[in-house]
Design a protein. Structure first.
Length: 211
């Protein structure tokens, strides 16, 4: 489903795996594998608009005119720490992509995200950047990460998550309407603790077994 630059995936395989991820009985190992698998499946659609160029190759039978990627450069930018769980799945389809990292924490007084670490490819401004974060809850981290990239002169940005809340979608569209949002599921709302309902819990804790 596509609406207002928001792409919500309805592929049966993705929906099946998201259901398994939601189950509190899913183990850390299984959860980690599911995050990677769903990320790989989503990569297919996220890269749909990559440009192609025609080339000529020799097959064992004859000469063929065919298509390859036109050299468009990609970079993946996971938001630490949970975004790391999505990287391997993306790289399995996009091994040529470079990987940066951005770390954000929430200031206890202002409740706003603060950037504490960022490492980008040297040519980041020449690349299409895909920000990775399993959960789009309030949208604060996503908005802050995108604003930071734009301050560095980067304009070709996409945001990819597994589960989104309407509140996060609304804020991200309000602050960065030019950035496409890709998510595997759009949930009901946020609760009083800013957790997505029904969600899947804390994605970082479930990925790394820290709860």
């Amino acid at each position: 489903m596509i609406k207002d630059n928001v792409f919500i995936f309805d592929h049966p395989l993705i929906q099946h795996k998201i259901s398994l991820m939601r189950d509190k009985r899913t183990t850390t190992k299984e959860f980690r594998e599911l995050v990677s698998e769903v990320s790989m499946l989503m990569a297919y659609e996220v890269t749909r608009n990559l440009p192609l160029k025609e080339i000529e190759v020799e097959t064992p039978i004859a000469t063929a005119k065919t298509w390859v990627l036109a050299g468009k450069k990609l970079a993946l930018l996971p938001i630490l720490r949970a975004g790391l769980g999505m990287v391997d799945g993306m790289l399995s389809l996009l091994p040529m992509a470079k990987v940066g990292h951005i770390g954000l924490y929430r200031d206890p007084q202002t409740l706003e995200p603060v950037e504490y670490y960022c490492k980008l490819p040297e040519d980041a401004e020449e690349r299409d950047i895909v920000i990775l974060d399993p959960m789009l809850a309030t949208g604060g981290s996503a908005v802050a990460a995108i604003a930071f990239l734009k301050s560095k002169g980067i304009r070709n940005i996409q945001f990819m998550c597994l589960i989104a809340a309407p509140e996060g979608i609304e804020r991200l569209r309000r602050d960065h309407s030019d950035v496409p949002i890709f998510c595997a599921a759009l949930d009901q709302c946020l609760n009083d603790q800013a957790y997505i309902v029904p969600g899947l819990g804390d994605a970082g804790d479930r990925l790394f077994g820290t709860k």
